[in-house]
Design a protein. Structure first.
Ligand code: KIV
Ligand code: ZN
Length: 515
C-alpha cells in the first residue's frame, strides 16, 4: 500500500524573515532558497512581493533561478497585491499565489472593519482573480483557529469552488491545543463538501510552544501540507520548526503512517546556513539541530550508546547530516582531499569558491592541529556571509593585560585604498571595535555581541556574532578564527559591510577615499 506523502511548505523566507531583528539580503535569500531546494521541500514561500522592492526582487530572483519546488508569493486578498505576486513569479517553473484574509470576528471587527459576508465575497474574488494568472492558488483564512467553525467552512467551500488548490488553516496567534486543532481539521474535512479538490494545509505559530504538536495533530487528522520554517524562525515566538516536524514524521513513521519527500541529510546544513545568515543562534538544547541534540553526558548513557546506539538515540546524527566530528584533514591535506570532503559534506561549489576556501583551510590548518568537519562547514558558511565586502580586515594587533589599558591597531582594505587606526579600550574587543570605527570614519551603533566555540579543544575555532544597527534596522556579522579577538573584529567588519550594503555611507565619511 502506498504511504501518503505530506507536502512541506517552507516559509523561512517570508514568515521566518518576520522574526524580530532578521533582515536578509537578496543574495542571502537566494542562498537559503537553493538549500531548501536541496532539502527537497515541496513549496518555498519566497516573500511578500508588494511589501517592499527588496521582497519583490528576492521573489523574482528565486522564481527565476531556483528549480524543483513550487515558488509561492504572498498577497492580501486584493488585486494590487495579487498583481505584484504575479509579476514577481513570472519566471517560476511552478508559481503559486498565496492569498489571505482574516476570518475571525475579532479581526473582522477591529482590523478589517468588514462583515462576514464582505470577507467571504472578497476571499472568493481574490481566488478567482489569482486563478486568471496561475493554476496553483492557496487561500489562507488568517486567525482560522479563533474563527467560527461553520463560517470557516463556508469560506473554504466558496474558495475551493472559485479554484483554490490549497486551503490553509493558520493558528495565527499560537492559541490552540493539539486536541482542539486536530478536531478542527477533522470538522473541516467533514463539513466542506468539495474538500477532496484541495490540499489541506496548516500553519502554526509557537506562542504557547505547541506549534509542532499542533501541526502533527493536524497530520493525524488529515492535513496534507504543513507550513514551517527552518529553526522555527518567525513572528514573535516563531513558526513550527521544520526539522522537528520532518524528524517526528520520519522517526515515528509507523505511528503517523505518512512520508515526506525531504532529504533529511540536508537538515543540519540548512539549519546552520539559516542561523548564520539570520544571526539567530540555535539554542544548544534545540531538538534535532541543537549542539547537544546528540550529546550524551551521563556515564550510564555513554555506556549504553557504546554498546548499542539505539539505547539512548532515537535518531542517528548522520540522518540529519551531522557528522560525528571525525578528524578529516590536516595541514598536509591537498586540494583534492579538501574538495572531496566538501562534496561529501553536501557542498557543491564552483572551482573559484573551492580555491578561496582551500586558501582559508590552509591558514586554519596551520593554526589548528586537527581540522574537523564542523570547521569546514563553518568556513563555507563564513564565505557566504563575507559578501559583499566593502572593508576587509587585513591586519589586527592587540596589546592587553589585567593592569593596562588595551590597545588595538587595525588595517582595513577598501577598493579606495588602505586605512589604518589604533585605539584604546576597555579590554581587547572594545579596543578593536573602537579602532575599526575610527578606521571607517563613522559611528557604529553596537547592539549585541556573542562568542562561542565551533568545535571543542584548546585550539577550537571561535565564532563571533555581532549585531549593529542603522536607522533602527539590525545587521548581523559573523567572524571565525582560532583567536576569539580576531573573530570578534572580523564579525564587526562583516556587520559593517552588510549595513553599508543597505544603508550606504555618506561619501565624506569613507575614510578610504580620503587616504
Ligand atoms: O500566521 C498567519 O496567519 C500567516 C498567514 C499569512 C498564512 O502567516
Ligand atoms: Zn504566520
Amino acid at each position: 500500500m502506498d504511504i501518503p506523502v505530506i507536502k512541506i511548505f517552507d516559509t523561512t523566507l517570508r514568515d521566518g524573515e518576520q522574526t524580530p531583528g532578521v533582515c536578509l539580503e537578496v543574495g542571502e535569500k537566494l542562498e537559503i532558497a537553493q538549500a531548501l531546494a536541496k532539502l527537497r521541500v515541496d513549496v518555498i514561500e519566497a516573500g511578500f512581493p508588494i511589501a517592499s522592492p527588496g521582497d519583490f526582487t528576492a521573489v523574482s530572483q528565486i522564481a527565476a533561478k531556483v528549480k524543483g519546488p513550487a515558488i509561492a508569493g504572498l498577497a492580501r486578498a486584493g488585486q494590487k497585491d495579487i498583481d505584484a505576486a504575479v509579476n514577481a513569479l513570472k519566471q517560476a517553473e511552478r508559481p503559486r499565489i498565496h492569498t489571505f484574509i482574516a476570518t475571525s470576528d475579532i479581526h473582522l471587527e477591529y482590523k478589517l472593519k468588514m462583515t462576514r459576508e464582505q470577507v467571504l465575497a472578497r476571499a472568493e474574488e481574490a481566488v478567482r482573480y489569482a486563478k486568471r494568472f496561475v493554476e496553483d492558488v492557496e487561500f489562507s483564512a488568517e486567525d482560522a483557529s479563533r474563527s467560527d467553525w461553520e463560517y470557516l467552512c463556508q469560506v473554504y467551500t466558496a474558495v475551493i469552488h472559485a479554484g483554490a488548490t490549497v486551503i490553509n488553516i493558520p493558528d495565527t496567534v499560537g492559541y490552540v491545543t493539539p486536541a482542539e486543532f486536530g478536531a478542527l481539521i477533522r470538522y473541516i474535512r467533514e463539513h466542506v463538501p468539495n474538500i477532496h479538490k484541495a490540499d489541506i494545509s496548516v500553519h502554526c505559530h509557537d506562542d504557547l510552544g505547541m506549534a509542532v504538536a499542533n501541526s502533527l495533530a493536524a497530520v493525524e487528522n488529515g492535513a496534507t501540507q504543513v507550513e514551517c520554517t527552518v529553526n522555527g524562525l518567525g513572528e514573535r515566538a516563531g513558526n513550527a520548526s521544520m526539522e522537528e516536524i520532518i524528524m517526528a514524521l520520519h522517526t515515528r513513521k509507523e505511528f503517523y503512517k505518512v512520508d515526506t519527500r525531504i532529504d533529511t541529510k540536508q537538515i543540519y546544513r540548512a539549519s546552520r546556513l539559516v542561523s548564520t545568515l539570520s544571526g539567530i543562534v540555535v539554542p544548544p538544547n534545540k531538538a534535532v539541530v541543537g549542539e547537544n541534540a546528540f550529546a550524551h553526558e551521563s556515564g550510564i548513557h555513554q555506556h549504553g550508546i557504546l554498546n548499542n546506539s539505539l539505547t539512548y538515540e532515537i535518531m542517528r546524527p548522520e540522518d540529519v547530516g551531522i557528522s560525528r566530528n571525525a578528524i578529516v584533514l590536516g595541514k598536509h591535506s591537498g586540494r583534492h582531499a579538501f574538495e572531496d570532503r566538501l562534496r561529501e559534506l553536501g557542498f557543491e561549489l564552483d572551482s573559484d569558491a573551492v580555491n578561496v576556501l582551500f586558501g582559508r583551510f590552509k591558514e586554519l590548518a596551520d593554526r589548528k592541529k586537527m581540522v574537523f568537519d564542523r570547521d569546514i562547514e563553518a568556513l563555507v558558511n563564513e564565505k557566504v556571509t563575507l559578501k559583499p565586502e566593502w572593508y576587509r580586515l587585513s591586519y589586527h594587533h592587540v596589546v592587553s593585560g589585567n593592569r593596562m589599558l588595551a590597545t588595538a591597531t587595525v588595517r582595513l582594505e577598501t577598493s579606495a585604498g588602505i586605512v589604518e587606526h589604533a585605539s584604546c579600550g576597555d579590554g581587547p574587543v572594545d579596543a578593536s571595535f573602537k579602532a575599526i570605527e575610527a578606521a571607517v570614519g563613522f559611528k557604529v551603533s553596537l547592539r549585541d555581541y556573542a562568542i562561542k566555540a565551533v568545535t571543542s579543544g584548546e585550539d577550537a575555532l571561535g565564532e563571533a556574532i555581532v549585531w549593529v544597527e542603522c536607522d533602527g534596522r539590525p545587521f548581523s556579522g559573523r567572524g571565525l578564527s582560532t583567536d576569539v579577538i580576531e573573530a570578534s573584529a572580523k564579525a564587526y567588519v562583516n556587520a559593517i559591510n552588510k549595513m553599508i550594503a543597505v544603508c550606504g555611507v555618506p561619501e565624506d565619511k569613507i575614510s578610504g577615499k580620503q587616504a
